[in-house]
Design a protein around this ligand. Structure first.
Ligand code: ZN
Length: 127
């Protein structure tokens, strides 16, 4: 995956993160409008880069056991993979189970996907 593609997924993840933080009541609506006003050719502005770090939530009292909270954790994991290149969960876009590539189509729909479609399906049938 090239740098441009990584930036694209980073933006998708941050957008999704903002949406969830709003749903959890942690962010005001203005911040989303601000991020949408950013053109495609611009980099991620500082306040959004801040959102990409996992320090951000530490000051917020969020219920991480809620469905939104779990999703937020998934997004943070994916962002950690993107930002650091690697995390202990593996690399971004690589299935955590079979180490195969997760398709771009799947990542576009679900940028925080941890498994390829095959592994996801086998998990769903065994769980
Ligand atoms: Zn897999």
């Amino acid at each position: 995956m090239n740098k441009k593609e990584k930036e694209k997924y980073k933006k998708l993840l941050i957008k999704e993160k903002i949406r969830i933080l709003e749903a959890m009541g942690a962010l005001q609506k203005d911040s989303l409008e601000l991020s949408q006003a950013e053109g495609e050719n611009h980099g991620v502005p500082t306040h959004l880069a801040e959102l990409a770090s996992d320090n951000f939530e530490k000051n917020l009292d969020l219920n991480l056991t809620s469905s939104e909270g779990k999703l937020l954790t998934e997004i943070n994991n994916a962002l950690a993979k993107l930002v650091s290149g690697r995390s202990n969960q593996g690399s971004f876009g690589i299935c955590e189970k079979c180490q195969g590539k997760i398709s771009q189509k799947r990542l576009r729909a679900l940028p925080y996907a941890r498994f390829c479609i095959t592994c996801q399906r086998s998990r769903e049938t065994t769980e």
